[in-house]
Design a protein. Structure first.
Length: 86
């Protein structure tokens, strides 16, 4: 099954949120990394994943981790590749 990354892009007024924390910028890096590797993974925009104070948050599917503090796209990519290697 093709991996799908659900990236929270929620914005909360007056509070920390994934969008405000750089989720779109991380998503752009991940798109580039995935394309450069020819992985064909899907990326979907997600509503709030319920861990706003720990964001930006990304849920990997199927059965992947819920990653917190996703501010560095290359570091997130490394964590995701580790997940896929098992
Ligand atoms: S705003 Fe992203 S988890 Fe709530």
């Amino acid at each position: 099954m093709t991996p799908t990354l659900f990236i929270c892009v929620n914005r909360r007024r007056g509070a920390g949120s994934c969008s405000g924390g750089g989720a779109y910028e991380v998503m752009a890096v991940l798109r580039t990394e995935i394309e450069a590797r020819g992985l064909g993974w899907d990326i979907r925009l997600s509503p709030c994943l319920g861990h706003c104070a720990l964001g930006p948050n990304i849920k990997a599917s199927p059965n992947g981790p819920l990653l917190h503090g996703c501010t560095d796209g290359k570091e997130v990519m490394a964590r995701l590749l580790e997940w896929r290697r098992g």
